[in-house]
Design a protein around this ligand. Sequence first.
Ligand SMILES: Cc1cc2nc3c(=O)[nH]c(=O)nc-3n(C[C@H](O)[C@H](O)[C@H](O)COP(=O)(O)OP(=O)(O)OC[C@H]3O[C@@H](n4cnc5c(N)ncnc54)[C@H](O)[C@@H]3O)c2cc1C
Length: 558
Amino acid sequence: MITHDVVVIGGGLSGLRCAIELHERGVDVAIVSKVPLIRSHSGAAQGGINASIGSDDSWESHAFDTVKGSDYLADQDTVEILCKEAPDRVLEMEHWGTNFSRKDDGTIAQRPFGGAGFPRTCYAGDRTGHNILHTLHERILRAGIKVYREWLVTRLVIEDDRCLGFVAMDLLNSELEVFKTKATVLATGGYGRIYQKSTNAIINKGFGISLAYRAGVPLQDMEFVQFHPTTLWGTNILITEGARGEGGYLYNKDHERFMKDYASSSMELAPRDIVARSIQQEIDEGRAFPGGYVHLDITHLGKDLIEERLGGIRQICIDFAGIDPVEEPIPVQPGQHYSMGGISSNKDGATPASGLYAVGECACISVHGANRLGGNSLLDTVVFGRRAGVHAADYVTSLGETSDDPLTQALDSEKTAISEMMGNDGESYSSISEELKRTMQENVGVFREKKELEKAVEDVKKLEARARSLKVRTEAREFNLELLNAIELKGMLDLAHVIALGALVREESRGAHYRTDFLERDDKNWLKHTLAYLTPEGPRLEYKDVNITIFQPQRRTY
Ligand SMILES: Cc1cc2nc3c(=O)[nH]c(=O)nc-3n(C[C@H](O)[C@H](O)[C@H](O)COP(=O)(O)OP(=O)(O)OC[C@H]3O[C@@H](n4cnc5c(N)ncnc54)[C@H](O)[C@@H]3O)c2cc1C
């Protein structure tokens, strides 16, 4: 048994920021990550991080944009924290060494982003996540924080609503081990790879979210899935919103800037849900290029600006599409990008199970509501990562000893479950996983309607039944990726079920959840959060109120 006061599961921005806080407060903290820390998806973030550090900007204005962007589903008390703490966290990253792009006077440069009333997005070229992740990683190394690198957490141990630790597998040799903790922080990122077309890293399968769900913690607002408007046609690698922030245009096949028909004043800088739907509508109504894409044109920005501020996406276009955006427009289409929903947690990242925290993309603290604004997720990771660290440090000092029995029992039953998965005589994970991605892509996408959502729920149920006889053929102990994929597949099915069912039941259109059979937002019946609990029959849905403090819901136009 491995013992630490606190273990943070996840080495992305939220996990690292949390671990640093705990270490600075004198807590014995360790990090577990299934990949080397700097391979976390946070490192792929391009466009930037929001903070109202401009002289004519304010946290209130940032909060208003965030709440309006969320289609009024965000909890306004947590949005207030996010926006008030933003300048401190961004300046902290600067002081710790993040290489932000600068204005001529040396201050941090900011670019316009979708749905924002001010140019509020601080950036490091178009490699912002990479820069911040390395800043935090270097601090982790300096602090000497223990890292369990390439370990997969497979089960949380929660007894009487208190988290006692977890079981994890060392991927080097497939050995299972149990960790005893006073507090555990889930910082495990998003689930993009339950869709066929996603900007997310291959590792983003949402397994951490399902760990909490399987242990009895509710998932919140899972039906709200963000589709990014501009992903590179063919591979769906992200082309940052920064490309439009710097002045890029969207054209259909008739060379029309079609955004004039959908968001006449914000045009290309309307929020993501609106731009993604507009592009999809152009595709569906035959005004896109054959194969289903539109053009994102940045050629008029000139080579120097593109090299300086959009060098990363230029390289991506050259390497993955054979197109140089200095010379030619970029073919783009919408793709899954971000999970607004996640593990239900509060302003300190605490979940309903004591000693269990969730921060970053795996959590739903509800600052993004039904649609997240670009640049607000990196911010969410550092603001709530730090806050969870502060809270958990306090929490662990007040705890007494607990019994080891539930932990050793969990280890034994996990060992049995995994050894039963080995063999030749069952389903393989890959066909189930491909079918899952297909049904999610086809039936729970940018536009949704009853029949398709019902089909998705039925498909997922059938796949869940098939997954019960899942078998792993590869016997190797070292880095058995078939085993890893098989374990994670069950979590992907959990999430898909919750997303599809939540979307089917929510009979309105709000933010990224757009029902072609219920076109309007319905505040009377649906201004509420969804909570999903796991039962033997599948997800059980409950609802809870949205916290509205300053901004009363209004019609959302751009
Ligand atoms: C291409 C791309 C560009 C983006 N650009 C921006 C942007 O410009 N601005 C912005 O605000 N947001 C952006 N986002 C969103 C933002 O980057 C992410 O939401 C955020 O970085 C997530 O951070 P995280 O700490 O929650 O998780 P991640 O960085 O995803 O890290 C998750 C960690 O959890 C670990 N893990 C997961 N499951 C397990 C397990 N079972 N056991 C052990 N370890 C586990 C992984 O190893 C990893 O270390 C972008 C996202 C993408 C995909």
